[in-house]
Design a protein around this ligand. Structure first.
Ligand code: ZN
Length: 387
């Protein structure tokens, strides 16, 4: 009994220390990145009451090289002239006035003077910059990254054509027998992927897309049913959601897979015709390899912001995607065998950010493709050379 108690409290202590150290280490630098994920600047923040503050001058490197900050120290007034607008702030006051009160906003955290210099809270960047210019600002509090990207790149420009789009989200596994992978603390793959799928459906539907799920609850769903459902609904996009596991506890991160019969694995099972129609022998995912690659790249760009290591795209002969007749990818949301990934996948803020990134990728891709009838219906001339 003593041994058990000692062990569990030691473990708890260890986890707390690791967490605090990790949190501290993360706050030593804030990285600004652009829409492509390229680093714009690394800046040292100052922590005040557990809130992060950034020097005013960083705006010149990451937002507007012409910006002119003026700080009137005795009156504690900070004026920023940028993009043809005048932004007035007062130290210790959460109000922000743009163009002499034409627009006013209240920040949840006021600007402060810290270590002798005027500093802006992160909310200034996330909330005020989009009011000044056509930009969207994303903040990843786990990695301390701020992404500034042109609004037009991902604005919810759902067109009439994209409204007709059907997107199939395929949460892997399900039911008592197919739990998928499992973390040491009991987090189940089947539950995580269903949670993410439902959030994508909710958010995508709000944006005017028709999002269908291959399973809506914790039930076993054979692959053949998932594929039939997707093809019969004539979806334009198929996204299968899974989690990874590895014998190495060091393997971690998000990975994106697409089906390529000429990919790395050579021992491919040939897809089984599903509906008993001859035509299905030739209507395979192979016709969509380029579209799937394009979508995978969009996803990669949007999701890279969420995790430390760059996301890899792997091309494999994937039986789970091979019979889906539309653009299709599989996202492995993280490794349930890795402690960092388990923490990440248990964090609802991170789940929401992943959902945001996936929905944004759907928007960007669907707007870029524009043509709902694409690709054309002509089957490939020769289907005999597939392995
Ligand atoms: Zn899986």
């Amino acid at each position: 009994m003593w041994v058990r108690l000692f062990n569990s409290s030691t473990l708890l202590l260890f986890i707390s220390i690791a967490f605090v150290t990790h949190g501290f280490a993360q706050a030593t630098t804030v990285r600004f990145v652009d829409g492509q994920g390229e680093t714009l600047a690394d800046v040292e923040p100052i922590l005040h009451d557990d809130k992060i503050f950034l020097p005013v001058d960083i705006l010149i490197s990451v937002f507007d090289s012409q910006l002119k900050p003026e700080f009137h120290r005795p009156r504690k007034k900070l004026t920023l002239r940028t993009k043809g607008k005048v932004i007035r702030l007062q130290i210790g006051n959460p109000s922000v006035s743009i163009d002499s009160g034409k627009q006013t906003f209240t920040l949840s955290e006021p600007p402060r003077v810290l270590q002798g210099q005027p500093m802006l809270p992160v909310v200034f960047f996330t909330e005020i910059l989009p009011k000044i210019d056509d930009v969207e600002v994303q903040y990843n509090s786990n990695l301390q990254r701020i992404r500034i990207l042109p609004k037009t790149a991902w604005e919810r420009q759902t067109t009439d054509e994209t409204r007709e789009w059907k997107i199939i989200i395929d949460p892997g596994h399900g039911g008592d027998d197919e739990i998928g992978s499992q973390s040491q603390n009991g987090l189940l793959e089947k539950d995580i992927v269903l949670k993410v799928a439902k959030q994508i459906q909710l958010q995508g539907n709000q944006d005017g897309y028709s999002i269908l799920l291959t399973r809506n609850e914790d039930v076993s769903t054979p692959r053949i049913r998932r594929v039939q459902f997707s093809n019969q609904n004539q979806g334009q996009l198929f996204i299968s959601l899974h989690c990874n596991t590895s014998y190495s506890p060091n393997h971690k991160g998000i990975r994106i897979y697409l089906n390529n019969p000429n990919g790395l694995l050579r021992c491919r099972q040939r897809p089984i015709p599903l509906l008993g129609k001859e035509s299905l022998n030739i209507l395979t995912q192979d016709d969509f390899i380029n579209q799937s690659k394009n979508f995978a790249k969009v996803l990669q760009k949007e999701m890279n912001f969420l995790i430390e290591d760059p996301i890899e795209i792997s091309e494999l002969p994937l039986i789970s995607l091979s019979d889906v007749y539309m653009t299709a990818v599989q996202i492995e949301l993280g490794y349930l065998s890795n402690l960092d990934d388990v923490t990440r996948l248990s964090n609802s803020e991170h789940i929401t950010q992943m959902v945001d990134a996936i929905v944004r990728a759907i928007q960007i891709y669907s707007v870029a493709v524009r043509t709902p009838s694409e690709p054309d219906e002509t089957p490939p001339e020769d289907s005999t050379d597939s392995p």
